[in-house]
Design a protein around this ligand. Sequence first.
Ligand code: GLP
Length: 241
Amino acid sequence: MKIIKCKDALEVAKEAAELFEREIRKNPHLVLGLATGSSPIGIYDQWIADVRNKKISFQNVTTFNLDEYVGLDQNHPQSYYYFMQEHLFRHIDLPQDHIHIPYAQKNHLKKSCKSYSEALEQTPIDLQLLGIGANGHIGFNEPGTSFKQKTFIVNLTEQTRKDNQRFFTDLSEVPHQAITMGIAEILKAKKIVLVATGKNKADAVRKLLSEEVTTDFPASALHQHPDVTVFVDEDAMVLSS
Ligand code: GLP
């Protein structure tokens, strides 16, 4: 695991965005795994600026998102479908039919998990972007999840619901379930980039850097992968240095 220490969140975003762009220039048909949450927003802003300045094109790129809340309509401002359209997709030249996000409407859940796993088998991810939850979750793989897990319906922990409450008006509105890509599928990506910024990630970063591998801390599965780069800022490193 390669650790890149940056001054602040802006530097993390710039450095990580540049790594992705270098890979896209090497292979314009790259398959990307994408994340939601606040951590990737700076990266997406950089990509948007660079598409506008014609520094990069996503025309031939394919994307797979990590997860989606169960039961939120795609037009719900907190659905990850909506998030991705707002923060990235509608601003860049990525064709809409190259986009994959788990379809998490109530009567389709099992079928959606199966078809997402099949799509990932057919179109393996070259480069996966990850954030990290305060409890070490990646995607929505909560503590206790097997590292062999494929796409599944997850019951969100209260901590995760509370952490994500800031995006909703009230805790009662935060869904109790999500569909997430499994840890096994995340580990299948050829290359993985994780970004963590801010003091509220310091404990998770400390645990990740401790190198202990345990299902109690899902991000520790990344130690089993040969090509992981972690971008952290000074605030996220306060408990580690
Ligand atoms: C959500 C997402 C994760 C993300 C995590 C951290 O739970 N499912 O993919 O890594 O939030 O979010 P943030 O970047 O907002 O701290």
